[in-house]
Write a protein that binds this ligand. Sequence first.
Ligand code: ADP
Length: 246
Amino acid sequence: LHAQLIQSQKMESLGLLAGGVAHDMNNVLGAILGLASAEVETHGEGTSTRRSFDTIIKACERGAHMVRGLLRFSRTAPADERELDLNALLREEVLLLERTTFAKVHLALDLDPALGPMRGDASALTNLFMNLCVNAVDAMGEGGTLTLRTRNLDGQVEAQVEDTGTGMTKEVLEKALDPFFTTKEVGKGTGLGLSMAFSTVKAHHGRMDIRSAPGEGTCVTVRFPAAAGSGGAPPEAEAPPPGEAV
Ligand code: ADP
């Protein structure tokens, strides 16, 4: 499981890097293409300047094609977003984890049946919770408890991954989200798990909060907007009470 996780973290970071480069390159190409296209018309057919501009424009178009390919590969391409049930996703994840690492820890599921749907990319979210769960298991010796909890919080979809492991010092907690920061031995960690988790949460317009103290375990809370138009009474559906300041 560690090997798989490390491989997917590396691919994801490569995707992020490629996406960042592609995005900037797209702006550069756009500027060149824009200026060249405006200028080309002012030079008569067959002149050598006109031929140069035609060549510049063709090269930019080839570059733009390559950039589109990179963006498709990277995670900055539009995610495969659809309405999903986070409870179902976590149940499936637990089945996978049980078969691999959970012989030694207790697993507690506390899923809110009134959670309601959210919009998201199921494979990115599965990776996110896999990273959090593996961190939790790594932090616990035999007999620890990993709790996966969900609840509908004022219409938002909230999930918690809580462990009874070593917890983090203030110094570790401050750096935990930095890419490549790890306290694990080589081959066990890349230091990318939490930074990837955080970027997945941001890509889903969510928030992430980590509470941790040495000897007290760790609780990671993530919160996502509910799918628009889903269950419950969305706040905007109700008129403000008369007299209330807006
Ligand atoms: P990695 O797991 O590859 O080290 P992460 O970015 O996932 O990378 O985590 C960075 C560091 O944060 C870990 O090496 C560990 O020191 C600390 N950490 C993360 N999650 C937990 C946890 N649940 N309990 C204790 N420490 C944790």
